[in-house]
Design a protein around this ligand. Structure first.
Ligand code: SF4
Length: 169
């Protein structure tokens, strides 16, 4: 599939949005601006190709339901930030890495295999639910929980979209 050229202005605009959202949510983009802009370019290419910002460091299928866990910010960002000081692509870094108190280390892929993900989805679909007055929704990206009829349109903590919430209870 031919993907139209991403302009520098588009990268600038998205970089600013991601940077603002990250800082508002207590996250940080990698301070290596050239490196980070390159990842932003990859995100924009994937957004154009698939209609969503699939992770630029992983191979997306183009099937949104299957790729949901790797739409940036992915489900694995926070565990990787906690354990390694950066997400798998190193687009996001921890405060310690930002302050140069810790190096960025190599980060192993923690995304389960396709078969494991499929099994987990099936188990979740067939698992029993505890009865509560309101359904409880969990943001798969940052773990934010809320009890309401429907999940919020945007996670107030990490800005992930509504589609990234899962029924928790
Ligand atoms: S947060 Fe996840 S999806 Fe986004 S760039 Fe980092 S590893 Fe890729």
């Amino acid at each position: 599939m031919n993907v139209p050229e991403i302009t520098e202005a588009e990268i600038d605009a998205r970089y600013r949005i991601l940077d603002r959202d990250a800082e508002e949510g207590g996250y940080h983009l990698n301070p290596d601006v050239a490196f980070t802009r390159n990842l932003v370019r990859g995100l924009l290419v994937n957004e154009r190709r698939y209609g969503y910002m699939a992770c630029p460091c992983r191979i997306a299928t183009g099937n949104k339901a299957e790729d949901l866990d790797i739409i940036c910010p992915c489900d694995y960002r926070d565990p990787d930030l906690n354990e390694y000081g950066a997400c798998y692509c190193a687009l996001y870094v921890s405060g310690d890495v930002l302050a140069q108190k810790a190096p960025v280390r190599s980060i192993p892929e923690r995304r389960p295999s396709r078969a494991e993900r499929k099994k987990a989805r099936q188990e979740q679909a067939t698992g029993g639910m505890v009865q509560t007055a309101y359904p409880v929704w969990r943001c798969r990206v940052c773990g934010y929980l809320c009890a309401m009829d429907n999940p919020p349109l945007v996670c107030p903590i990490c800005k992930a979209k509504q589609e990234r919430f899962e029924r928790f209870l």
